[in-house]
Design a protein around this ligand. Sequence first.
Ligand code: PHB
Length: 398
Amino acid sequence: MTILTNRRTLLKGATAVAAVTAAGKFPMPAIAQGAPLKVGFMLPYTGTFAKLGKFIDDAFRLNVEQRGGKLGGRTVEFVQVDDESEPAKAADNMNRLVGREKVDVVVGTVHSGVAMGMVKVARDNNTMLIIPNAGANEATGPMCAPNIWRTSFTNWQPANPMGKVMYDAGHRNVMTITWRYAAGQQSVESFKETFLKAGGKVMEELWLPFPQVEFQPLITQIATRKPDAVFCFFAGGGAVKFVKDYAAAGLRQSVPLYGTGFLTDGTLQAQGADAEGLKTTLHYADDLDNPANKAFLTAFKKKTGQDGDVYAVQGYDSAALLHIGLEAVKGDFGARDAMVKAMGAAKIDSPRGPISFSRANNVVQHIYLREAKGGVNRYVSIAHANLADPATGCRLAS
Ligand code: PHB
C-alpha cells in the first residue's frame, strides 16, 4: 500500500514500485502492451473526508489487481496527490498531475468545490477525468465534456427522492441543515424540489461553513422551533459528529432526522447506537442482495480488513469504466473518440446494482431507501429506479 508521508508529497504507486524492484535498479522497459498507463489519484487523504479518499483509492486498486494489474491490457501505474478538500489548491494540484507527472487520466475527487477546479483544468487541456465521488451538478451539467466522466452521483440524485419519502412519512413542516458549499446547497435544493411539490413546507434552512463541526447552536435552534423532521447533508468525520450531537441533544424521537445516505455510509461503526434507525437515500445499501456486491465486499475486506461502503464502490466502478473504454481501443489511449464511445455505452454490473451512463457522462442508477440497523445500512426499498440527473445545461450530443 502506498502511503502519503507528507500531504504535499507525490508518491508513486505500488505497481510502479513493484516494476522497479523486479527489474533491479531501473524501471522495467516498456514491453509488448506499451508503456504503463499512468493514473493520477487526486483525493483527500487528510481531513474530514480522508477515509472517503482512501476507500476510493483502495477499491480502484482492488479492481486493477483483479485484472492482473492491468486495465484494457495496459499495466497501471499510480501517482497520488492529497487535495486536502481545498478548492483553492485544486488547479495547482491538477496541473502538477497533468504537467509534471504526465498522467494519462486523473481520478478524483470527493469535494464538489475541488472537483469544479479540476473540471476547469481538464476542459482546458482535454485530460481524461473520472470523478469517483464529488457531486457538483455542473460537472455533468453546463460544464459537461467528452473527457469528463462521473461514476458516483450528482448532488441532485440521492437527495431528490427524499422529499417524497419524508412527505409520505407524514412530515409537513421541516428544517434543513448542512455545510454551506456546493454539495450541501445542491442537496438541499434537490430535496426541496420534491418536498415542496408534494405539499410540504421548509420552515428554515440552517447552514455552517465547511468543514466546521460546531453543530450545537444550530441543534438548539431545531429544538426551539420543533419542526416535524430535519433533512441534512453531512459526510465523513463531520457526519459522525453531527449524528452523535443530534442524539445527545435528545431530539431523535421528537424530531426525526433524515438525510442523503452519506450521513451513515462508512460512518456507522463510529456512530454506534446513535445512528440506529436513521433513514437515508443513496445509490447503495450494504446488504444489497446481488452477486457483484457480495463478491466485492468479500474482496475488499480481504484486501483492507475493512467493510466496503459507497465510496469504495464508486472507486471500484471507476476502474471498471476505464477498463471498458481502454479495452475497446486495445489499450490505445490516443484513440479517444472510440474510447469515449465505448464508455458511453458501458453497462456495469456494479455492487450497487446495474448502472449505465447518460449523454452527459453521468451515472444512471437506482436510489435506495435504507435504514441503519445494527451497524448496517439495510436496504428498505428502491426509492427511485434508474434515476438520471436532468443534466440541465449540458450540450453534448446524445
Ligand atoms: C461533495 O462535496 O460533492 C461530497 C462530499 C462527500 C460526500 C458526498 C458529496 O459524501
